[in-house]
Design a protein around this ligand. Structure first.
Ligand code: ZN
Length: 279
């Protein structure tokens, strides 16, 4: 695997995720209104229904090398490797007690329940314009980059100079909505639904491409200490609650005093970290 060089196409990737690229936004708006999922992770082109006449540049089908992206976006990622540092909000949801459960249940039953958990959580991410939902073992997460999740109909009322900040706040509020809905789902779960905790955090993330060998897959990934922080917060959330970082409160304009405080201790960090609890 080749790691991206830090400065490759930085302006382009910053534009895509921090601000929003007008061409990509136009495509996303058009595609969101048509077809059925699954969709290209970048431009939202629908793959759920094959057009009779086959895929075209107007309606690109899934890339045969990487079906998470359409053929055009897959080509774009390959042609423009790189990435940028972008302040964005992340939402994590993580199954509690999964090790014990995987020993207790038949593997098929465990996988069935993980699939149900994945369906319930990702539908919330889709409804709130989350980007790049992904699963790592028994944990799912979504990103809310301003240039993607922060784009809204209210944009037209905002001055050009304030647009990036406006979209950052919009995206953070959508992520907070996702966390609240996940808490509701977690609280109303049926006996066979897996218990899970949630975290929502805003911080600087390096978002960029990762590419394998010549014919291998390409993908967009995130790196950074803030990603680890969000994951570690999630690991300390009780079932049916979301832990909210002070950075998210500031980004989403949420008064932290409205929520109870909890102090978390992280391995390797000497001072306790203060978070707020949504339950
Ligand atoms: Zn695409």
């Amino acid at each position: 695997m080749t790691q991206p060089a830090a400065t490759w196409n930085e302006g382009l990737w910053h534009m895509l995720f921090a601000v929003g690229h007008p061409d990509l936004i136009a495509k996303q708006k058009r595609f969101q209104a048509e077809g059925i999922p699954p969709r290209c992770r970048l431009c939202m082109a629908p793959f759920g229904k094959l057009p009779v006449e086959g895929w075209t540049d107007e309606h690109p089908g899934p890339s045969n090398r990487n079906p998470r992206f359409c053929s055009l976006c897959d080509h774009f990622i390959r042609a423009n490797p790189g990435g940028a540092k972008v302040t964005m909000t992340m939402v994590f949801a993580d199954v509690r007690g999964s090790t014990a459960l995987s020993e207790e249940l038949q593997l098929e039953e465990y996988v069935r329940r993980i699939n149900a958990f994945y369906r319930r959580t990702t539908s919330v991410f889709v409804q709130t314009d989350g980007f790049m939902m992904d699963v790592i073992g028994d944990e799912v997460f979504a990103l809310y980059p301003p240039g993607f999740s922060g784009v809204s109909n209210a944009d037209s009322e905002v001055a050009e100079a304030d647009l990036a900040a406006f979209r950052t706040a919009t995206a953070a509020r959508k992520a907070l909505t996702a966390a609240r809905r996940l808490v509701e789902i977690g609280k109303s779960r049926a006996p066979n639904d897996l218990p899970f905790g949630v975290s929502v955090h805003t911080g600087v993330v390096y978002i960029g491409t990762i590419q394998g060998a010549e014919e291998g897959i390409s993908d967009v990934r995130i790196w950074g200490v803030e990603v680890n922080k969000a994951a570690r917060m999630c690991a300390q959330a009780n079932p049916g609650e979301a832990l909210v970082s002070p950075e998210l409160c500031a980004a989403a304009d949420l008064d932290p005093a409205e929520l109870p405080e909890r102090l978390l201790t992280f391995k390797g960090i000497s001072h306790p970290v203060s978070v707020r609890v949504l339950a």
